[in-house]
Design a protein around this ligand. Structure first.
Ligand SMILES: NC(=O)c1ccc[n+]([C@@H]2O[C@H](COP(=O)([O-])OP(=O)(O)OC[C@H]3O[C@@H](n4cnc5c(N)ncnc54)[C@H](OP(=O)(O)O)[C@@H]3O)[C@@H](O)[C@H]2O)c1
Length: 440
């Protein structure tokens, strides 16, 4: 029975993939004026762009660029596609309901926005919208090649959207910043700092999630950290510390935005499934570099991802506290875009699982959000007036699948100020140790 249900799910997924507008290369995207996002009153406004026949290609996997695995149509899939055509009327997904509003840069000179992990998913989607709205966007990606590919794939769309909004588009600049390499991060930051440019918004968005069934030993960053926490938390921690002077230089109200996740909270629907996030007493991280988990336990890929998102929230709150202590005008807030099955985040989970998961999340329980929605969440955090004066808060899709986005409570552990302080100190220590090892 269970197998049949899953097969049916896969069948319908294949069918849905074949017919859902959001997954076809040329689709129309509905860009409406009713948005779930707080609109801007004064400086940075939003403009609705009339619906058009061409595709909104900014969304990573909504743009028709399917992975080889997804594109491969085998006989089983072909058979189930045909057999599941009867299900079509029920296959309406959240992905078919994209609403897009363009954020318009305020007058007074271009604003610089750096986004890590903008080669795909919500980072790329947001980069496209922000550049179309007139912001200068710096695509900080794992490799220069990926950054240039991302830039080239949205450039035309940026121009088109900007002209429809009666705006000049901002510049899109490709840059290399591999968050799993301290020397790549340093090189990126040195290059930036040498340019003397201010950063008006720094978005720490890159993220990696390994197959939840992966067995130890864990893959490691170039400097020997467990790759998930090493990239998602320590890489961003190091980058932020190096770039803070450039953020402080901004004459606007500078922001640091962290893409965290609801799964940091074990009492949330996503955080409650599988392993639960907790950093314990952080004896793993305290031991230096060769740890597998922050809490000192054996490697668990699922928990490592959730822990890394808990680190993101603790980091946000501690950074905000430190900024306030020194009277800085920089604010730091974090957010969760909700569950989005069609970004690259689940690429390591396996085709069959992903297809079933995608179908169930989008079409059965309908808790998934779209890539475009996630991009809009990032845009809101980066430039909306709704975030003005907000410090150390967490925004999330409060009603999963319903496209709502508002401030919500963080988990009990994420509220622990002492833990946040300790995580900061141990992160500094771990990075110092890795740099020392590098020089030896
Ligand atoms: N999708 C969801 O359900 C969901 C839910 C909550 C939170 N989030 C968070 O949202 C953020 C964006 O994820 P997404 O869903 O848009 O998935 P995505 O499409 O996989 O985007 C992640 C981005 O991070 C980049 N990245 C990974 N490792 C990197 C590294 N070492 N150096 C530089 N860039 C690196 C990826 O680039 P490569 O292609 O080079 O790896 C990719 O551009 C992540 O922080 C994720 O944790 C996602």
């Amino acid at each position: 029975m269970a197998t049949a249900t899953i097969l049916l799910a896969v069948a319908a997924t294949s069918c849905a993939h074949a017919f859902q507008p959001s997954l076809l290369p040329l689709t129309s995207t509905r860009i409406s004026s009713s948005s779930p996002f707080p609109s801007s009153s004064s400086s940075a406004g939003y403009r609705s762009i009339p619906s058009r026949a061409r595709a909104w290609r900014c969304s990573a996997r909504d743009d028709g660029r399917r992975t080889v695995e997804e594109t491969r149509v085998n006989r089983r899939e072909a058979a189930v596609v045909l057999s599941s055509i009867v299900l079509l009327p029920t296959l309406t997904s959240a992905a078919a309901q994209d609403d897009v509003k363009l954020p318009l840069a305020p007058p007074g000179g271009p604003r610089n926005i750096v986004i890590t992990g903008s080669s795909s998913g919500i980072g790329k989607d947001a980069a496209c919208k922000l550049a179309a709205g007139g912001y200068n966007v710096f695509l900080a990606c794992r490799t220069m090649e990926k950054a240039m590919e991302a830039r080239d794939s949205v450039e035309e769309e940026v121009k088109l959207l900007a002209s429809k909004a009666g705006r000049s588009p901002g510049e899109l600049t490709a840059m290399e910043c591999d968050l799993s390499s301290l020397s790549s991060i340093k090189k990126f930051a040195d290059e930036w700092n040498k340019s003397g440019k201010p950063i008006d918004v720094l978005v720490l968005n890159a993220g990696v999630a390994l197959n939840t069934g992966a067995r130890p030993p864990p893959p490691r960053t170039k400097d020997g950290f467990e790759v998930t926490v090493g990239t998602n938390h320590l890489g961003h921690f190091y980058l932020t510390n190096l770039l803070l002077p450039a953020v402080e230089k901004s004459s606007a109200a500078p922001r640091i935005v962290v893409t965290a996740s609801q799964v940091h909270d074990p009492s949330s629907p996503g955080g409650n499934v599988g392993s639960k996030a907790t950093l314990g007493d952080m004896q793993g991280l305290a031991a230096g570099i060769d740890w597998e988990m922050v809490d000192g336990g054996g490697w668990d890929a699922d928990k490592a991802y959730k822990d890394s998102k808990l680190c993101n929230v603790l980091f946000t709150r501690e950074l905000q506290r430190r900024l306030e202590d020194k009277g800085s005008k920089v604010t730091c807030n974090c957010f969760s875009p909700g569950l989005i099955t069609r970004t690259g985040l689940f690429r390591d989970q396996g085709g069959f699982f992903l297809s079933a998961f995608d179908f169930i999340a989008n079409n059965v329980v309908r808790v998934a959000e779209t890539v475009s929605f996630g991009g809009d969440c990032l845009v809101t955090m980066a430039v909306s007036d709704a975030l003005e004066g907000k410090r150390g808060v967490f925004w999330s899709n409060s009603k999963p699948g319903k496209h709502t986005f508002e401030e919500v409570e963080v988990s009990a552990e994420a509220k622990d100020a002492q833990k946040a302080r300790r995580l900061w100190e141990l992160s500094e220590q771990a990075i110092a140790l890795a740099l020392k090892k590098q020089q030896a």
